[in-house]
Ligand binder design. Structure first.
Ligand code: ADE
Length: 228
């Protein structure tokens, strides 16, 4: 949601803006943009560097491998975009693990500013302008661009009017359960049959069957979810 209307504004800060070419121009995000449910802007924070060569990084004080993002370009870019209701997010492997619940919470915001980290990391002082640090999983990517795409995708589909809200209720991870198996035509595919119960028309039995299958799958693949 935004002060100018009922859309969410997402500003993404990156030094690799070309990575975002076309990514938001397909499928559900494309439709959400066309319906003005979301506005996504990509900013190259190198453009904000006051250095004569538009430098954005330098070596670490105290030594260490790799380059570190300097605070100035990111500070100036964020401060030029920030409103009093903005939420500033930094993507880093040392952030809070991203979960569906966080996607729901963030889908209620009006304005997200997402900073994509890079190289060996960023100057610690960047944290001063950040509200939330997020990791999309326990692995290290080359930068925050793909995590930013993950955030935009997961959040945009939850915005009101983007997809049928019944679909979110049936998503995996609601109630800490994985999704139940689904089938479509044909009833018999190379001898693999659709379970009879799904053809029975008995909605109560179908619901019970689906819940049982969800539990079974979660126990097998993600027992950690059931412990919560
Ligand atoms: N940047 C590099 N790896 C990342 C991760 N797992 N999550 C968020 N940002 C990252």
């Amino acid at each position: 949601m935004n002060e100018k209307g009922d859309y969410m504004l997402i500003d993404i800060l990156t030094i690799f803006p070309n990575m975002f070419t076309n990514i938001f121009d397909e499928s559900i995000i494309k439709r959400a943009k066309e319906k003005n449910k979301v506005v996504i802007n990509i900013h190259n924070f190198r453009d904000y560097s006051l250095d004569s060569h538009h430098k954005v990084d330098d070596v670490a004080y105290g030594g260490g491998a790799g380059m570190v993002l300097m605070p100035q370009p990111i500070f100036d870019c964020v401060l030029s975009l920030k409103k009093d209701y903005s939420k500033v997010i930094l993507l880093t492997p040392s952030g809070i693990p991203y979960k569906q619940k966080m996607a729901y919470d963030l889908s209620k915001e009006k304005h997200l500013i997402i900073i994509c980290g890079h190289y060996e990391g960023f100057d610690e002082r960047i944290r001063k302008i950040v509200d939330l640090e997020i990791s999309i999983g326990d692995y290290v990517l080359t930068g925050g661009e793909i995590p930013a795409m993950v955030l935009v995708d997961t959040i945009t589909r939850l915005l009101p009017g983007v997809i049928n809200e019944q679909s979110h209720l049936e998503d995996s991870f609601n109630d800490n359960l994985l999704d139940y198996p689904t089938y479509t035509k044909p009833r018999d595919f190379k001898g693999l049959k659709v379970p009879d119960i799904l053809l029975s028309g008995d909605h109560k039995k179908i619901e019970e069957y689906r819940h049982k299958e969800s539990l079974k799958k979660t126990k097998e693949i993600r027992p950690d979810l059931l412990e919560k």
